[in-house]
Design a protein around this ligand. Structure first.
Ligand SMILES: Cc1cc2nc3c(=O)[nH]c(=O)nc-3n(C[C@H](O)[C@H](O)[C@H](O)COP(=O)(O)OP(=O)(O)OC[C@H]3O[C@@H](n4cnc5c(N)ncnc54)[C@H](O)[C@@H]3O)c2cc1C
Length: 467
């Protein structure tokens, strides 16, 4: 890298956008973000491909064609997640202030589902498996004071001081995830905030290209270059940046080319159903997150459920598909419609039993929204850095969505690691630091490896006990 360090980031997901701002802060001369999706209003990219998902889209809604399908297997990630308190610290450090209107608007307004909260001392069996449900339920109640009461966070930190954010270990981040979680942050709100800050504060450094097509890596001696179309067929670009950050999510198309074709699987796959509950009554389940687990006697298997309240009108529920059913087709469980209905109605009944205060119509699956099936698995790349290419976020590793840690590790641990890499090289160029470029890349790889280990150890302990 040179003092005029140029960096290309592939993917404008949470990890890519946060990295872009961090790199701009490091003093990189030029940061280019390439995103295959279009901006919703067509401000950039050619906007002509109506099949391409939009970057600023609303939460996914039912495709009319999908509704008629008996095997509903198109997984659309629901755009809401729980963010670790440390993510907000990171956002604050990067100038995406925690009181940013977009994020603020997404915060939790009230508690509807805390009926089931049991303090840890009423649990007789101390095993992690048995405590799982309660622990996650506790997160639900603990999270809320943190949203509204910064004093509560300060008090916990006073008792258990944390290191500087830039030195925060993945272990500490993991341990603080539950008590310091902020529920119900739409992914798109986070992306919008990051994008706005990147545009407003670093417009002269960060350049965005949306709707990028046919992006490919090109080998160039000991470096990788990158070629892409910006939509106009004649406008092929070829760049030879100092650093390419792959934040392309779990598809990993470019990572397979530059880093490794080998993805290591740490767990057997689990399959889940997503469906929406209608919430027409005032007692809707919205605006909160809630996890449950239970042993299904009939199926003879442990199932887990996460209930995430949508801030508007609907609640999103996920139910684990028993392995015996999922195993029928490992890549795409071919569930019969009546099996889906049985799983959903069983889950509805259990929620109804758990939350008698909810109106029964709020516990019916929304007939307008397709039930989607998705696969969850602990996976990671064999290596995270090679030549001038590195991988972060879901491209580097995937974990279990119930841990609510993926984005936290990406935005805090991974972005810190990229920041340290870029800082080290920039300051070396300025004669302030002795670390070599090679050492900086090795340190980056080691940091990512460590984070993956902590992430997967956690998930394998908590979410894969039966399978
Ligand atoms: C159901 C579910 C619930 C979750 N809940 C939580 C939670 O509560 N808390 C938490 O911390 N984490 C959670 N996670 C994990 C979290 O969502 C991910 O870890 C995080 O979004 C990863 O961000 P990313 O930027 O790495 O990848 P992504 O969000 O996948 O972004 C990748 C981006 O790259 C773009 N892209 C892909 N290929 C290319 C290409 N070739 N060229 C250009 N652009 C490309 C994509 O369009 C996309 O915009 C959850 C995950 C799931 C699936």
């Amino acid at each position: 890298m040179t003092m005029a360090t140029s960096i290309i980031i592939v993917g404008a997901g949470p990890a890519g956008l946060t990295t872009a701002i961090r790199c701009a802060q490091s003093g990189a001369a030029k940061v280019t973000v390439l995103e295959s999706r279009h901006l919703s209003d067509g401000q950039e990219g050619n906007g002509s491909d109506s099949n391409t998902q939009s970057f600023m889209e609303s939460p996914p809604t039912a495709d009319t064609e999908e509704r008629g399908k008996s095997f509903r297997s198109v997984f659309q990630r629901k755009n809401i997640f729980q963010l670790n308190h440390w993510v907000f610290e990171q956002l604050t450090a990067l100038g995406v202030h925690r009181d940013n209107d977009t994020l603020q608007a997404s915060r939790v307004g009230g508690i509807h589902l805390c009926d089931q909260y049991k303090p840890p001392d009423v649990i007789s069996d101390g095993s992690p498996k048995e405590r799982l449900g309660t622990r996650l339920e506790a997160s639900f109640t603990f999270a809320l004071p943190c949203v509204h009461d910064a004093e509560a966070i300060r008090e916990v930190l006073r008792q258990n001081p944390a290191p500087a954010l830039s030195n925060l270990s993945p272990e500490r981040l993991r341990d603080d995830n539950i008590p310091f979680g902020v529920c119900n942050v739409p992914v798109q709100a986070l992306q919008r905030s990051l994008y706005e800050v990147a545009g407003a504060k670093y417009a002269d450094v960060i350049e965005f290209h949306f709707g990028v097509q046919e992006l490919e890596l090109v080998e160039d001696k000991d470096h990788w270059g990158i070629r892409y179309h910006t939509g106009d067929a004649t406008a092929t670009q070829l760049a030879k940046p100092d650093l390419i950050v792959l934040a392309e999510g779990s598809r990993r198309a470019l990572a397979f080319k530059a880093l490794t074709k080998e993805v290591l699987m740490e767990s057997s796959p689990q399959h889940f159903l997503y469906y929406c509950l209608s919430a027409s009554g005032t007692q809707c389940a919205g605006a909160d997150i809630y996890f449950r687990r239970h042993y299904d006697e009939k199926l003879g298997t442990m199932l887990k459920q996460a209930l995430v309240g949508h801030p508007a009108t609907q609640a999103v529920v996920s139910v684990q598909i028993p392995p015996s059913i999922a195993a029928i087709h490992p890549e795409r469980p071919s569930l019969l419609q009546d099996q889906i209905e049985a799983l959903v109605s069983g889950a509805c009944q259990r929620f109804h039993d758990a939350f008698p205060s909810l109106t029964s119509d709020s516990l019916l699956p929304d007939p307008e929204t397709p039930i989607t099936v998705f696969k969850v698995q602990e996976t990671h790349l064999k290596r995270y850095a090679a030549r001038n290419v590195i991988a972060i976020g879901d491209c580097a590793r995937t974990g279990h969505f119930n841990s609510a840690l993926g984005a936290a590790f990406a935005l805090v641990s991974d972005v810190n690691a990229v920041g340290a890499l870029v800082d080290a090289v920039v300051s070396r160029e300025q004669g302030e630091q002795q670390i070599s470029v090679e050492e900086a890349f090795v340190a980056f790889d080691a940091a990512l490896r460590h984070t993956t280990q902590v992430f997967h150890d956690h998930d394998l302990t908590w979410f894969y006990e039966r399978f």
